[in-house]
Design a protein around this ligand. Sequence first.
Ligand code: UN1
Length: 512
Amino acid sequence: MSENTLTGTAELAERARRALAACGAADYEGSGPDALPARSPITGRTLFTVAGGGGDRAREAIGTAHTAFPAWRDTPAPVRGALVKRLGELLTEHKQDLADLVTIEAGKIGSEALGEVQEMIDICDLAVGMSRQLEGRTLASERPGHKLLETWHPLGVVGVISAFNFPVAVWAWNTAVALVCGDTVVWKPSELTPLTALASTALLERAIADTGAPEGVHRLVLGGADAAAPLVDGPDVPLVSATGSERMGREIAPRIAARFGRAILELGGNNAAIVTPSADLDLAARGIVFSAAGTAGQRCTTMRRLIVHEDVADELVARLAKAYTGLNIGDPFSVDTLVGPLVGERAHAAMRTALERAVAEGGEVVTGGGRRLADAAEDAYYVEPAIVRMPGQTGVVKEETFAPILYVLTYSTFEEALALHNDVPQGLSSSVFTTDQREADRFTASAGSDCGIANVNIGTSGAEIGGAFGGEKTTGGGRESGSDAWRGYMRRATNTVNYSTELPLAQGVNFG
Ligand code: UN1
């Protein structure tokens, strides 16, 4: 790619303003101590500054959402679904505008940015269906003339804290579901992505006006840790759904627990694929390249470890190295680009440090790791995705580095592969490439992968919204998105109803 093809900062600012205006966002620019720079990793430069918030704004937002809650709680769930349906329509109408903002702020290539917005539309569809299916059970009572029911009720204000890498899809997973569940929402997005947040919020505000929902069902708070603190510390926020680093999770989880709040945590991943000797190597290579190098290694589901049988390791690594050399790295607005920029300098420094540590721990860099386009934009960080062969699962391999580094380990028995696979602190996503059904079934059985997501013959990233999304161990244990993850956004009540004229006590107790 020629170094002149990066979209310029002025043009990025112009495109951002256009997309924001199309989505209905207005009066967002600001200055002063709380202002946030809206920056693009494409050039690494600030486009303009937007008005921020801080703790007071967040407390005010929680107050508004708390006040709006009773009316929303009492709105029938299918009527709540109508709001989410309208949001889905507006997202469809403004798919390209929002995708442009995702590219500008998160550096995602066009098709991944559109895919992220599609994920928002999909969760709206699912949530609309859910709004007529928030079902409880009827259970058998041990007493004659009695029935035992389970009912589900809205919780209150849900605090959503989201990360830069999926600046809007993760908000939508949480918000579409929380809204049909009868909760109100206060959103604190990453301070790196205020523009996508402003545009999505403007669309939701339009949907609220169009459907006559209470105005305060959603509030956006821009800012840093200050703005997040009132969500974390409550008290009027019964649930916090937070996506981000393990460090962030360790900081907020004890504070939420200390006030007996609930948390849905979606933290780091250190996702691996096992490739067995029977694998279709062509398919495996394609799956691995997308999961390891796609999104410049900045998905929580990015593949970071490859555990490959010693008989096929050389061949697979050679294929991967060849595929990596053909990856176009550069401006994510260019249709040929497959790998856009890292989000910023810190991500680049973390990648450099990890590669140095890997080499010190006996690793051999097979390909990649270099910086590109520094001459064209000194504040932007474009990198070549790296593949590093490691002598074993050393310290650096057990850590999540949010950059495109794929560590390759080899194994000789499937037991050994499984042991290596599970011997990391994180437990988000995983996959096995095999055509041996026994291996596939062992991988997805209880003694197999210990992750929340365990795939067969596809990579670790790119999950559909229909399933519950989340992981175990230091990933935090939360589940979002599809299946019955909605239950996490509601409270359960058990109701025993006596429709007889007697009063039998449970467990045969006699009292007088
Ligand atoms: C994330 O990186 O925080 O499975 C979410 C995937 C996407 C979601 C990733 N659907 O890769």
